[in-house]
Every structure is written in C-alpha cells, then in structure tokens.
Design a protein around this ligand. Structure first.
Ligand code: UDP
Length: 241
C-alpha cells in the first residue's frame, strides 16, 4: 500500500468486506475485499478462489464506468489487488434490488417461472438488518422507520433504474444477461446520495447470453460446481485478465 494511505482502525467487518479509517483523511475509507463467501444469511460459508481480488477489480471497473455515465458513487481509487479507497458515506440501510428476469426470491413471491423476461424492471427495497433477515419493505415502512425520506426513496429508485439501463448493455456486450442485482447507497457530508458498496458476481445474477449458464454466486449458493471458474470467467470477460 502506498505510504500515502495508512490504515488506522477497522471500523466494520461484513461477510465479504472490511472497512478501515485512514490516517489524515476524515472523509475517506479503505474498503478491503475478502475471499470469504456466505449465503442464506451466513448459514452457508466458504471461500471462492481470488474473490477478493476479482471483486475489487470488477467494482473498480464498473464504478469507474458508471461515474463516466454520470452515476455519482463512492469509488476513489484502487490501491492494491483487493483494496480501494472510497468516500465515507452515511449508509442508507436499504438494499435496492432491480430485476429484469425472474429468479431467486421473486419466484417465491410471484408465479413467474425462473427465466421469465419481465415486461418492465421490478425495483424492491429490503431493510438492512441481519437480525430480521433483511426483510422486504415498501416506501411506507421506510418512512415510518425514518430510515429515508420521500425524496431519498425517489432518488434511490431513479438511480437504480438508471444504473440498470447502463449495466444491461454493458454486460450484454460482454456476453452476459443481467438477471437481477442489489445496490446500496449512502449520503456524503453534503447530504447527496451516492452509490456505494460493490457490483460483482456476489451481488448480481449473470447468465451467459447464449447458453444461460449461471456465472454468479448462485453456483456457490446451490452447490452447482465450477464456482471459482465462473468468477474467473466474469473477470476475464470484463477486465480481460
Ligand atoms: N442480493 C445481494 N445481497 C443480499 C440479497 C440479494 O447481493 O443480501 C442480490 C442477489 O445476488 C441477486 C439479487 O440481489 O442478484 C436478488 O436477490 P434475491 O432477492 O433473489 O435473493 P436471494 O435469492 O439472493 O436470496
């Protein structure tokens, strides 16, 4: 790590990442990506080969691309294979899921069969709370809990749909269908909402355009085999490495 950024305290350890404060930079953090993989609210645990490096590279590539397309986000710079500098945000405790094709938990809430192309994208909110198991919530729940205001919710939906419009062709050009994905947002010191977290095969469902092969964390969740290979394949298709 360059001398410029010196880790001070670890302030958070999640399932896939750690966050550290930095000496001399109040408004920045260091985000470290781990190889650990978890699923089903951490009941299933494992490791995916080089996942920390792959997810750091992919998030760097995708957040840089999104910034060029006008999506404000927390990415500042990558400083090592699995570490990046990010802007410090006050996280909005809502996971925003966007769906283009029916899969995953949508199959339990609707009669859609897996693989059904949705006539328009579905946007869902989940309350980020491990003890509650991240339940799905609607706008009124979010307002009642005061975790976001009306304008925040409008911005979250608008940004999520715009990101979807940018990322669908981005992945398609690289031979993958963007089935669904999860986003997290936070506010900077001025109160502006920025995209945070990561965009990786941990947080997106990606299916090969031609064969429909799953190239994402579902291979780990459901023991489909070829997990390491799938992550390596997505890395190659996006970064060329
Ligand atoms: N997702 C995520 N973190 C979560 C829950 C979901 O990144 O805690 C992603 C998941 O990878 C998928 C999308 O959000 O791309 C929709 O997930 P779904 O609601 O179908 O839930 P899951 O099947 O992952 O339990």
């Amino acid at each position: 790590m360059p001398e410029k950024y010196k880790k001070v305290n670890q302030i958070y350890e999640g399932k896939a990442k750690k966050l550290y404060t930095l000496k001399g930079y109040q408004s920045l953090l260091l985000q470290e990506f781990k190889d650990d993989a978890t699923a089903f609210n951490a009941q299933k645990r494992g490791e995916i080969l080089n996942k920390g490096i792959i997810n750091c590279e992919l998030t760097t590539f995708i957040f840089t691309y999104l910034a060029k397309q006008g999506i404000r986000n927390h990415f500042v710079k990558q400083i090592s294979p699995n570490e990046m500098i990010i802007k410090r945000l006050k996280i909005v405790p809502i996971e925003v899921v966007v769906r283009n094709i029916a899969a995953g938990s949508l199959l339990k809430k609707t009669n859609f069969k897996e693989g059904t192309l949705l006539s328009k994208p579905i946007v869902e909110f989940y309350y980020k709370d491990d003890l509650l198991g991240d339940p799905m919530i609607n706008d009124s729940h979010a307002l009642a809990m005061k975790i976001a205001n009306e304008n925040d919710l409008k911005v979250l939906k608008q940004m999520a749909l715009k990101i979807n419009l940018i990322l669908k062709p981005f992945f398609l050009k690289r031979g993958m269908k963007l089935v669904d994905f999860k986003l997290e947002f936070g506010k900077d010191i001025t109160g502006k909402i920025l995209l945070g977290d990561e965009i990786t095969p941990d947080t997106c469902r990606l299916w090969d355009k031609k064969t429909g092969k799953k190239l994402d964390k579902d291979r780990f969740r459901f023991d489909l085999g070829g997990v390491n290979e799938a992550y390596a394949e997505v890395r190659k298709r996006i970064t060329g490495k």
